[in-house]
Structures are given as structure tokens and as C-alpha cells.
Design a protein around this ligand. Structure first.
Ligand code: ADP
Ligand code: MG
Length: 405
């Protein structure tokens, strides 16, 4: 699954209305019946206008038709949902153009985007359910039978949860990217000019960076939270330069100091300190950092711990606001947290078992119109892929990327 914005500019107002109608219909139908799409879209051009738009959308892979379905209908694809989200971000003037893909995580795509002024930001597209079983059929049953719903719903939950936590953490002064906007399964946040800790080969003072990271784990705990995936990919290292002026022998001297500042990202799996498995998650986060510091920087702390039982005693102390409660209060119910947690765990289990394949099969092959329409893009597709490989992270400014409209 790759975010391809080329068609975006060519969609008409009617196309958008039909796409929105399919999305609305998806709330109650896995496969939205064509008459329902027509009714919701209620286009001026009548049914023929709707059919034209349906054909355009299907050809572009934004909606898909299931071959063996009992009735005529369509469902939204990841591509269609991506477009709707981008449309919302762009109408809020948050995103104007889409640049290169920074990374593809196990559950997300990360893109550099820019607004009209050229300011770069990060678009994170959640893709829960992208990974499927080897047999597409069983995956389809799995998605259908799961309580609470589809990949669309779960990916949206992941984005909502991540956004809510980012906001709460930022308000408490934690070093996180600035949350800018959320729509459906996507969030836009500030771009942190940094390297993931994973790509940092040496640091001047491992002990102090280690202490700072452990301190972050403890600060989170005090606010009732465990990151749950506190590893070298989810810790970004920013360099902050400060200049100091001193007078030596009557002369002014300037010295530059570089400080490494960690910024934490990736919050869909965060858990409360009250979670039944809190101790396991807490210990795992601590161990992750210890293991990495030993391996990468040959640094072993002299003190054991920190321990969950000590951290537990600090929850809510000294007036620390409980952020697990804040997020629940923001409308994220316990039921939603449970559903999301289950989905993330199931997905992880599939990855661990090596059963994961890309969900792409689900989006393609089901839709004949889609197949025939994609041919003309082949050459450009290849070029694009090459372009992507040639550029390292952060090298393509998004303002020279593709404008959305
Ligand atoms: P996933 O859930 O797929 O692991 P992450 O949120 O951890 O997604 O992001 C994956 C990668 O994208 C990170 O390791 C980092 O390199 C990059 N990234 C994510 N957010 C930002 C950001 N705000 N600024 C800079 N890089 C980022
Ligand atoms: Mg990550």
C-alpha cells in the first residue's frame, strides 16, 4: 500500500461526494450497496452522475468491488480513506503537498508533507490490518468476524489514541512532536529534525542520555502511563546547539555546545500504570533501553532498576496529572482501548510468527475495473519508486512534492 496522490487533483466535486457517500455507507455496511451510495450522494446529475464517479473512483482504486459479493456494491479501500483524510487536512490548510515517504512502520506509513508556506510536517497514516494472513480468505473472515469492526475503524482508533496522547503529553511538557491535526486514520504532527536513536552510532556521554531516557520512563509513570514500545526506533535524537560567550584574558570567546535531546514518538500502544500487565510493559521498556545502551554504546548502568513497584508509588504524586485518565475523559472509552489493544497484539503476533503479508492483495484483484485502469501508471510508478530509493530521509523537501490540488 503506497500513498499515491496523482489522482487527487483530478477528482471532481461529484467524485468527492460519492467517495464520502461510500465512507458514510461503510459505517453500517461492509459492502455499500450501489443504490445506497446513490441515495447518500444525491447528485444533481442523478444516477448517471453517480455511476460515472463510481467508475472513476474504482478505476483509481479508491473504492473496490468484491467479486463474489451477493449484491452490487462497493467498499472504501485504504487509498480511498487516505484521500478523504488528505482532503480534510488540505481544506484545513494543514497540508498542501505530499513529499517522500520517510518510513514504513509495521502499522503505519510516514510521509513528509508541507503546507502552503513550505513548512514541513509529518503525516502518519495508521494501517492496522495491513498485515494479513497468507490466505486472503481467512483474513477477510477475520476482519469481518472481529468484534468492533474493520481495519478502517481500528486504524482510526489508533490515530485518535495517538493524537490524544500526544496532546496530553505536550501539555505536560513532555518532549513529543507537536500534534497538529487528526483526520480518520491519520495524524499530522511537527517534523522533528533528528535521527532515530537506532541510527546514532556514538554519543559523547551515554550515561547522561541513558539517565534522561530512564527519567522519561519514570516521568511517564508518575503521570500514570507506560509507553509500551520504548525502543531505539521510537526515540528521536535532536541536536540542540547553544553558544556561550565568556571573557578570557580580556577577550570575548565563543564556545558552542551540542546537547542531545530525546523526543519520544509512537503512542498507539501506550498503557495505563493500572493495566493488568503494567509491570511487564514497564520492565520491557526499561530492558529495551538497557539492552540497546549495552550493545550500541557498551554502557552498563551501575544501579539496578528502576522497578515497577517504586514507580507505581509515584503515580499522581506531587500533583502529577493522570494522563491515562485525561485521555479516557477525551472520549476514548475503555472498550475502545481494549479493542485497539487486541488488534495491535494480534497484528504483532502475526508479524512474530512470520505470517505477515502485505494487505495489498485485498485491495487488488477484487476489482476488475481497478486492474484495467492501473496500466497507464506503470512507467511513472517505476520512476517514483526509484526516486524514493535514491533519496535518504529528509532530503526531499515536501514543498517540491506533489501539490494536492
Ligand atoms: P510506527 O508506528 O510504524 O512504528 P512511528 O510513529 O514510530 O511509526 O514512526 C516511524 C518512523 O518515522 C520513526 O522511527 C521516525 O524515523 C519517523 N518519524 C515518525 N514521526 C516523526 C516526526 N514527527 N519527525 C521525524 N521523524 C518521524
Ligand atoms: Mg515506531
Amino acid at each position: 500500500m503506497f500513498l499515491d496522490t496523482r489522482v487527487l487533483r483530478h477528482l471532481t466535486a461529484e467524485d468527492w461526494r460519492v467517495l464520502t457517500a461510500v465512507e458514510m455507507g461503510s459505517k453500517n455496511h461492509e459492502l455499500v450497496p450501489t443504490p445506497l451510495i446513490e441515495r447518500i450522494a444525491r447528485l444533481k446529475g442523478g444516477a448517471s452522475g453517480v455511476h460515472k464517479s463510481i467508475a472513476t473512483l474504482a478505476k483509481s482504486g479508491l473504492i473496490g468491488r468484491m467479486k463474489e459479493a451477493k449484491y452490487d456494491g462497493y467498499r472504501l479501500t485504504y487509498g480511498g480513506l487516505d484521500y478523504l483524510a488528505l482532503h480534510t487536512h488540505s481544506s484545513k490548510d494543514v497540508v498542501y503537498s505530499v513529499g517522500s515517504r520517510v518510513g514504513v512502520g509495521k502499522e503505519s506509513d510516514i510521509m513528509i508533507v508541507a503546507d502552503k508556506t513550505g513548512k514541513q510536517k509529518i503525516l502518519k497514516i495508521h494501517r492496522l490490518g495491513r498485515i494479513s494472513f497468507r490466505t486472503v480468505k481467512s483474513n477477510r473472515d477475520y476482519l469481518r468476524n472481529r468484534q468492533g469492526g474493520s481495519w478502517m475503524y481500528l486504524s482510526r482508533l489508533a490515530a485518535m489514541k495517538e493524537y490524544a496522547f500526544m496532546q496530553a503529553l505536550q501539555e505536560e511538557g513532555f518532549p513529543v512532536p507537536e500534534p497538529i491535526s487528526q483526520s480518520r486514520h491519520t495524524i499530522v504532527m511537527s517534523l522533528v529534525e533528528s535521527l532515530p536513536l537506532r541510527q546514532v552510532s556514538s554519543v559523547p556521554d551515554p550515561a547522561s542520555l541513558y539517565a534522561e531516557l530512564i527519567d522519561l520512563i519514570l516521568r511517564l509513570a508518575k503521570h500514570g502511563l507506560i509507553h509500551g514500545d520504548f525502543n531505539e526506533f521510537n526515540i528521536l535524537i535532536k541536536e540542540e546547539r547553544t553558544n556561550k560567550y565568556t571573557i578570557e584574558d580580556g577577550e570575548e570567546k565563543e564556545t558552542e555546545t551540542v546537547t542531545l535531546v530525546p523526543v519520544i514518538i509512537d503512542f498507539p500502544q501506550m498503557v495505563s500504570m493500572d493495566h493488568v500487565n503494567a509491570e511487564m510493559y514497564f520492565d520491557r521498556d526499561v530492558e529495551c533501553i538497557k539492552r540497546f545502551f549495552k550493545k550500541r554504546f557498551h554502557f552498563v548502568p551501575t544501579q539496578p532498576g528502576p522497578f515497577f513497584k517504586d514507580a507505581k508509588k509515584t503515580v499522581g504524586k506531587d500533583g502529577a496529572k493522570r494522563l491515562d485518565a485525561t485521555v479516557e475523559a477525551s472520549g476514548f472509552t475503555k472498550k475502545m482501548l481494549k479493542e485497539l489493544e487486541k488488534a495491535i497484539q494480534e497484528q504483532q503476533a502475526k508479524i512474530d510468527a512470520g505470517e505477515a503479508v502485505e494487505e495489498e492483495e485485498l485491495d487488488e484483484g477484487e476489482d476488475e475495473e481497478n486492474d484495467s485502469g492501473s496500466d497507464s501508471y506503470d512507467e511513472e510508478d517505476e520512476e517514483d519508486q526509484q526516486e524514493e530509493e535514491e533519496h535518504a530521509v529528509f532530503e526531499i523537501p515536501a514543498n517540491v512534492g506533489r501539490p494536492l490540488s
